[in-house]
Design a protein around this ligand. Structure first.
Ligand code: G4P
Length: 534
């Protein structure tokens, strides 16, 4: 195996998805603890609680705080190099999360044992499923009362449409659990006293299932219930199939408790054993294999003003093939230019480090003077191609936004352009309107709050924002390709005719009914949820 292939085989790049409060922060922290990246669990957590919910603004800051300083966590464990990509938890930030999911090879889905499958988990799961990436389930908070495991399996199948294969099984009845049974080894692992309040790894007591001490410690009734469950799983449960796991059709399911360090190490080890190394990516030139010697990668996230005092901007690149070396020149497809990758940054918990080399599956942060956009491809000049496009989410809320103080217009434009490039909002210009205001489109209300807050705190600009009565945006094209203008479109005045930042025509209307009217009256008009291909 070449050096490149060896490095690729070592890598595991994934994201943890969950509904807020299911335990993502806690589990991430524990994985870092085992990886030796932090010595005492608690640093991420304390940051989070410090910043907790003083106000909605603090909530936003908290989100940024977490996703900024720990965007990518890297550590070594059992011969693997692990890259965990953090995803913001708040539902209004889901677009950002979706993009992060474009950069991983697998995902860990956390489910709260008492709450089961929740709304946000469902949304994020859908994206993973569309990408056909392997999904591993960690059922958390087993130290507490929760739903019966069979009920959870059924819920996962009914709500998410995926079958699960329990790798271990909780020991206990009526939602009170004492530990877990490992199906492959036939061992039972029981909770021991937690003496460090989750700060340190916990010892557990392990017995063979047949060991009389196991039965004695667990208790007759619960022991018998466990035997019945094991029988049931073996007879009626899903068969193990790595092929199905790899296609995202079967999810290996683990039970544990992140807070009390129970079942976490076993989970990490099994996960690293089973999860796929960096996978090939689709491009305009077919599949790009990670062991292709020519470097390639794509931008999946842009974060400006990580340090508000410096107005810096970092673009996060997922490496897809070849070896990355500091200072190398690569070709930026969308910009049509060569760029030198001068100051690559990597992240470990809260410290930034300059890195010299990186391999497929790794994420590097590049200081970016404003040339990169989300989804852009970097490749070698001798092999030019573009990676498949990122999904775009149609905006559903719109506001007219302008600078309160006209003297601050320049700052305002700079800020709003920056936030648009970052993918925080979508920007439109009303046909025939002056340059004083923009129409901003978002998926949720919080994005407007973030826009207002960040323009003020990072660009010192206050804005005036007027909500517009539209809920639907459609990109427009005539079948014969003649230009779509407000004059050429019948009923354009029933909504608002705007252009996106690439000057493509878009109509904003209040509802599907209005859209139907437009379609009926312009039979050769094509309407698109997202910008159409040329
Ligand atoms: P999130 O990132 O997914 O939003 O969840 P987070 O890890 O912050 O966990 C949410 C809450 O659930 C926290 O409690 C956390 O301590 C608790 N938790 C996480 N894992 C477990 C577990 O295995 N068992 C139990 N019983 N609780 C768990 P909190 O009260 O919000 O915060 P804190 O007071 O613990 O700081």
């Amino acid at each position: 195996m070449s050096e490149l292939q060896t490095e690729i085989q070592k890598r595991r790049t994934f994201a943890i998805i969950s509904h807020p409060d299911a335990g993502k922060t806690t589990l991430t922290e524990k994985l870092l603890l085992y990886g030796g990246a932090i010595h005492l669990a608690g640093s991420i957590k304390s940051r989070k609680t410090q910043r907790h919910a003083v106000s909605d603004w603090m909530e936003i800051e908290k989100q940024r705080g977490i996703s900024v300083t720990s965007s990518v966590l890297q550590f070594d464990y059992a011969g693997c190099r692990v890259n965990i990509l953090d995803t913001p938890g708040h539902q209004d930030f889901s677009e950002d999360t979706y993009r992060t999911l474009m950069a991983v090879d697998s995902a860990v889905m956390i489910i709260d044992v008492a709450k089961g499958v929740e709304a946000q988990t469902k949304k994020l799961f859908k994206v993973c499923k569309q990408r056909h990436i392997p999904i591993f389930t960690f059922v958390n908070k087993l130290d507490r009362y929760g739903k019966a495991p069979l009920e959870l399996m059924e819920e996962i199948e009914d709500v998410l449409g995926i079958r699960s294969y329990p790798m271990n099984w909780p020991i206990g009845t009526d939602g009170h659990y004492k530990g877990i049974y490992h199906r492959e080894t036939g061992k039972v692992e029981l909770f021991s006293e937690d003496t460090s309040h989750g700060q340190e790894e916990r010892e557990s007591i392990i017995y063979d299932l047949n060991d009389p001490k196991a039965k004695e410690t667990i208790g007759e009734d619960i022991y018998q219930a466990l035997l019945d469950d094991i029988d049931l799983l073996d007879v009626a449960g899903e068969e193990w199939s790595m092929e199905k796991v790899n296609k995202g059709e079967l999810t290996p399911m683990f039970f544990g408790s992140a807070m009390t360090n129970f079942g976490v190490r076993g989970f990490l080890e099994e996960y690293l054993r089973l999860a796929p190394p960096p996978q090939p990516r689709m491009s305009s030139d077919g599949l790009i294999q990670p062991d292709d010697e020519k470097f390639s990668g794509f931008v999946f996230k842009i974060q400006a003003n990580m340090n508000p005092a410096h107005h810096d901007r970092l673009s996060f690149i997922r490496i897809c093939s070849g070896k990355f070396e500091r200072g190398m020149s690569v070709y930026h497809m969308q910009g049509g230019k060569s760029v030198k990758l001068a100051q690559p940054q990597q992240f470990l918990a809260q410290d930034r480090q300059i890195i010299d080399t990186a391999y497929p599956g790794d994420i590097v942060g590049l200081f970016d003077p404003g040339i990169f956009g989300i989804g852009d491809t970097l490749c070698m000049p001798s092999h030019k191609f573009k990676f498949a496009d990122f999904p775009v989410f149609p905006p559903e809320r719109f506001a007219r936004v302008s600078a309160k103080d006209t003297m601050k217009r320049k700052q305002f434009v700079k800020g709003i352009m920056q936030l648009t490039q970052e993918g925080a909002v979508q920007l439109f210009q009303q046909a025939g309107a002056g340059m004083e205001s923009y129409i901003v489109g978002t998926v949720g209300q919080l994005q407007f709050d973030v826009l207002e807050y960040r323009l003020k705190s990072e660009y010192n600009t206050e804005i005036v924002m007027n909500m517009q009565p539209f809920e639907v945006a459609r990109w427009l094209r005539f079948k014969d390709n003649r230009p779509v203008t407000p004059e050429a479109l019948r009923g354009a005045d029933r909504g608002m005719f705007v252009y996106d930042m690439k000057e493509r025509p878009v109509l904003l209307v209040s509802n599907e009914w209005a859209l139907g009217w437009i379609q009926d009256n312009n039979p050769d008009l094509e309407l698109f949820h997202v910008p159409p291909e040329k």
